[in-house]
Design a protein around this ligand. Structure first.
Ligand SMILES: Cc1cc2nc3c(=O)[nH]c(=O)nc-3n(C[C@H](O)[C@H](O)[C@H](O)COP(=O)(O)OP(=O)(O)OC[C@H]3O[C@@H](n4cnc5c(N)ncnc54)[C@H](O)[C@@H]3O)c2cc1C
Length: 437
């Protein structure tokens, strides 16, 4: 090899290495960060997905990372040892973009092995549970997404319509519980078919969508609602979706009772006796469209029924120049307190029964420390409210009772999941699911 040729090769090699080495270095650095992220989500038990999620065939995966980039929720997947891996499973909503985009078809979206799961009910292909006449639709069935919720609701009502041959006038044909997308779709289909139905919800209408962050974009492909038609756009803001819900409910005069909580269901020879917070209902069939968020836990103290008491914060910006008490010390409480404390003129106090915050997200831990040291808000540790009055709240602390002035109370004391209620009704879980994903 002459020296000129050698120099050309050497220059070529240097140029290639000058790109390759930083590239490999950046991949390694990214992977190290992903491993740290996985350790964190594992320690908080957030690594596993609860609903439908990507199932990655590791022997096919070529580690191109397209799935990681395509996830609309941002941080569900990552690359570890050159293979796609679920990192933050609890953030997975099951959009399935990863499977669509994977160039070699190494990803499927499904529920995986549910034989040991005690939160996925056994259902027939018509969404009927092990109890004839009780149907379970939407996210409670194990499958997330608005489009699934809507199609489940429609399919269940179609089946109910076929099964009810003689419609007893004295009782409802069907009582639907929940006004998320699955409950609303069920009610619309029931109305379209002329069934004698009632839809109830412990809250106001909207279901989980009501709890999305402000202006969150929801991806909603291929959705068609009975009595409304197609939703033409691929994505809608939370507020737009809720507006559509409200408009249909009003224009179709849907038979709805808000603030009515399902407490118990008993089967009898004519159908079901349904105990609710507003009294007893009787129905031939029941559709449970309860979602999985559960019911916010109450403190059961005097004055909790006052309208100034809330269990969720939807829009911090609507509170200005107010005295506000936030009860709780978890991430939701801290995020709400910080959101409220940043609005002009608010005086925010957190009451927490323990002597310190623990197991907060790193970001919340840092932000709350800064907010306390900047005197943006006040925390009263080792305290719990014992009564709520029109203008004050009484807090019990370790040595005395404190009466603090206050205009709003936000309580974040966790939630009661729907599964004990389903167990009590007699719904069976795990084993086998016939519902198509
Ligand atoms: C942050 C976030 C973002 C999301 N983004 C998207 C997205 O972009 N696209 C998408 O398709 N999906 C998205 N999803 C998922 C989607 O919102 C849910 O899959 C869907 O709302 C489930 O609908 P559902 O009707 O089954 O239940 P829910 O919407 O949860 O409604 C259940 C209803 O039942 C009521 N209820 C519960 N218990 C009782 C009781 N005992 N008595 C009376 N009423 C009761 C509740 O008050 C609630 O109104 C997202 C979810 C989250 C959390």
């Amino acid at each position: 090899m002459n020296s000129e040729l050698f120099i050309s090769w050497a220059i070529g090699l240097v140029i290639i290495l000058s790109f390759l080495i930083p590239y490999i270095h950046s991949i390694k650095a990214k992977e190290a960060k992903t491993k740290i992220r996985l350790e964190k989500t594992r320690s908080k038990r957030q690594d596993k997905a609860l609903l439908q999620h990507p199932i990655i065939n590791q022997s096919l995966c070529i580690g191109c990372g397209i799935c990681v980039e395509s996830c609309p929720e941002g941080d569900v997947l990552g690359l570890i040892n050159g293979k796609a891996t679920i990192i933050h499973g609890s953030h997975c909503i099951g959009h399935g973009k990863c499977a669509e985009e994977c160039p070699i078809g190494a990803i499927e979206v499904g529920l995986g092995d549910i034989s040991q799961r005690e939160d996925i009910p056994q259902l027939s292909s018509n969404f009927e549970s092990n109890i004839n006449g009780i149907y379970i639709v939407g996210e409670l069935s194990g499958l997330a997404l608005i489009k699934n919720a809507i199609s489940h609701g429609i399919d269940a009502i179609n089946h109910i319509n076929k099964c009810i041959s003689i419609k007893a006038k004295s009782i409802y044909d069907v009582v639907i519980v929940g006004t998320g997308p699955s409950g609303i779709a069920s009610a619309l289909r029931a109305q379209e078919l002329g069934l004698n139905y009632l839809v109830i919800d412990q809250d106001t209408i909207g279901g989980t969508i009501l709890h999305y962050p402000r202006r969150k974009l929801a991806l909603v492909q291929h959705i068609e609602l009975p009595l409304y038609g197609k939703l033409n756009k691929g994505e809608y803001r939370k507020e737009e979706l809720l507006h559509i819900w409200e408009k249909i409910i009003k224009s179709q005069n849907i038979n709805l009772q808000s603030n009515c909580k399902l407490l118990k269901i008993n089967k009898d020879k004519d159908g079901f006796k349904i105990e609710t917070s507003n009294g007893l209902l009787e129905s031939n069939k029941v559709v449970l469209a309860l979602g999985r968020r559960g019911t916010p836990r109450k403190l059961n103290i005097q004055g909790e029924e006052l309208s100034k008491v809330m269990y969720k914060l939807i829009d911090a910006e609507t509170y200005k120049d107010r005295k506000i008490l936030v009860v709780g010390g978890g991430d939701s409480a801290i995020e709400a307190a910080l959101g409220l404390a940043h609005q002009s003129g608010n005086m925010v106090t957190i009451s927490y029964r323990k002597d310190n915050f623990f197991r907060l997200k790193a970001r919340n831990e840092k932000n709350i420390e800064n907010a306390i040291s900047d005197k943006l808000l006040k925390v009263i540790f080792n305290s719990s409210p014992i009564s709520i009055n029109e203008k004050t709240v009484t807090l019990k602390t370790s040595d005395t009772n404190l009466e603090i002035e206050n205009e709003f109370v936000f309580i974040f004391a966790g939630g009661e999941l729907p599964f004990p209620l389903l167990n009590q009704i007699g719904i069976e879980f795990g084993k086998k699911i016939e519902v198509a994903v």
